[in-house]
Each structure stands twice: as C-alpha cells, then as structure tokens.
Design a protein. Structure first.
Length: 347
C-alpha cells in the first residue's frame, strides 16, 4: 500500500516534516501487541518497538502508539507519535483513573447495535458521547434487521435520539452494500459496539474474507462473546481501512464536556429557556426541561440518561484533577530531592 491508501493527508505530512528531515520513515500502527507493533509503511509491513527514551518520557499508556496512529520510525524502532487528528478514548476498566486510547485518526465510526434482545437506547447515547468527543463522524448501524419484528419502530426510536446522525438498518450476514459510500480511498472507519452485535461479521463481509473469528451469541440474553481480542487496522479493496475493536462491556467515559451537549442537543435546547441560568432541572420554578417532560416533548428516560452521563463526567473530571495534582507534587518532590543531592542545582 502507498501512503495515500493508508490515510496520509496534508495535515499529517506537515507534522512529519521535522522527522523526514532527520531521516525518519512514516508508518501507521496496524496492530498493537504487548511490547511491539505491526506497522504499515510505504515499503510494506514491519514490526517495531518504542525506544527506551520514548518509554521513559511517556507519562502514561495514552502516550504510547495506538492502532491508527502515525509514527516516525528508524529501522525497527518508533521514536515519536505524530499528532492525532481524532482519538477515541475511554477510562481504563477498573478503579484506576487512566485514559485508554481505543483508536486514532478515524474519519467515521460505525456505531453497531444489534436489533435483538441486547438492544439498548441508553447504550447508544453513551457511545455517541464518546464518538462526538473523538472528533470522528458517527454512523449508527442497526444490525440483525432480519431478526427484528418491529423494525420501523426501532429505527424511529433510534432516529429520535440520533438527532441527525445517519441511521442504517441491515443484516450483516446478508447485505452490506449500503455501507459502501463511507468506504472511500484513504478513509478510516472504526467499528464500535458491545459484544455480539456483529462487528466481526461486518468486517468479514467488507473484507470479502474471514479475517475475524465469528461466534454466535448466548441464548437467553443475546449477548456475545469477545470474538475480537485485539484492535486491528484492515485494508479493503476500495482503498478504505477499517478498525474492528473488541466488544466493550464496561464503557466508562473519559471526556465529553463538549460532546454531551451535542449528543443531547434537544435537552440543551429546552434548558436554554429555564428561568434560572443555574437551573438543575429538578424542582426549580420555571424549569423548561421539566415542562417539556410533563408535556411529553422530552422523554423521561432520555433526560435521566443525560443526568447520569453528566454526573459521570463531573466525577471523572474531579478524579483527573486529583491525579494531575498528585503527579505535579511528585514531580516537585523529585526536583527538590535532586537539588538536595546536588547543591549546584540550587544556584
């Protein structure tokens, strides 16, 4: 593949100029393993590792290369990650407050949801917040349309919360030509969704061969197993690239201060007409949001989802601030320790 087929553009080329002048070669991360990366370059595929200096200077896992990243390489070592044009992140699973980068430099996100027993509007809203925050454009893909008895009703429900985001219903095992307009030369598409929604089936259909293992969903709750175990950048015959991602049962927000109002623009629009600017939309007089709920202009479940995500973002922001403060204290502690050991540093 040439660089254009890998998604190279003028913005990336401009950021790479200083590295090119030093004799570096550009590559794009296709697969991330434990200690090394499979890269696509203009000269073919190769494996590489980050340098010791890179590892030492990294402040966290978010600084390391992720699938979709453009990197500056020399022989078999990665020296730098180029600025990301888009970045899809979540809070790492568990109690640790740390960012996990899922994929980068993505143009379009296929937000895949199954039209079976695992269908969940609130989960779609959560994914939309993360996609809008990433900088990519979302497309909601409703898979397993052949299993849905009330298809038109389901589509209408999703369109109500999508607020203009394209909604496509299909059966990945039968027909996916409707996705072709998004698969243009050099464009990168990421597939996101929980386990069992059919991301790997869509990937295989788009590729035209089985590049991802597919398993059936569990009986009883229609939830799937984690058939995709790692993220991978896959090239298509159209010249587009897709990133299939493992299903995420625990999808915790990492950021979304700007994306939340965009995802819930209907709630925000009503809030603009509240009597008080700091209205909490609970029992305050003149609350336009509560009025909209009372007159059924706004769905109660959607408003509660908005409040839940808002509280979650406020919580993670507080945790991030605490973590930053602790890191800054630790940095100064090391500086003072070094100064005590070497009095010349104090002059």
């Amino acid at each position: 593949m040439n660089l254009e087929q890998l998604g190279w553009n003028d913005t990336i080329a401009s950021s790479f100029i200083p590295y090119r002048q030093q004799g570096f070669v550009a590559g794009r991360v296709a697969v991330e393993y434990r200690d090394r990366y499979l890269l696509y370059t203009g000269q073919g595929e190769q494996f590489a590792e980050v340098t010791g200096k890179f590892r030492h200077q990294a402040t966290g896992i978010q600084d390391f290369p992720a699938v979709g990243d453009w990197v500056a390489i020399h022989k078999t070592t990665i020296h730098a990650v180029l600025p990301r044009l888009s970045k899809f992140s979540r809070k790492i699973a568990g109690g640790t407050t740390e960012e996990q980068v899922i994929a980068t430099n993505v143009d379009t996100v296929f937000l895949v949801s199954g039209l079976d027993g695992d269908f969940n509007l609130r989960r779609i809203e959560r994914y939309l917040v993360l996609v809008w925050e990433s900088g990519a454009m979302p497309v909601i893909v409703l898979n397993k349309a052949d299993l849905c008895l009330d298809l038109e009703c389901r589509i209408a429900e999703v369109e109500e919360i999508a607020l203009g985001v394209p909604v496509i219903a299909l059966s990945a095992a039968q027909e996916i030509k409707v996705l072709q307009p998004y698969l243009q030369l050099g464009k990168t598409i990421a597939l996101l969704g929980s386990s069992g929604v059919g991301k790997s089936t869509i990937t295989n259909q788009l590729k035209g061969e089985s590049v991802q293992v597919v398993q059936s969903v569990r009986l009883g709750d229609d939830r799937g197993k984690h058939t995709t175990t790692h993220r991978q950048l896959i090239s298509l015959a159209s010249g587009a690239l897709i990133i299939d991602t493992p299903g995420m049962r625990e999808l915790q927000l990492w950021s979304g201060a700007e994306a939340l109002p965009e995802t819930f623009a209907d709630v925000e629009a009503f809030a603009q007409h509240c009597r008080f600017r700091d209205c909490q939309h609970e029992q305050e007089p003149g609350c336009a949001v509560q009025s909209a709920i009372a007159t059924r202009q706004l769905n109660t479940s959607r408003f509660l989802s908005y409040q839940k995500l808002q509280r979650e973002l406020q919580h993670i922001n507080r945790k991030q601030d605490q973590r930053a403060n602790l890191a800054e204290k630790e940095r100064w502690k090391k500086i003072h320790k070094a100064m005590r050991k070497n009095p010349k540093l104090q002059r």
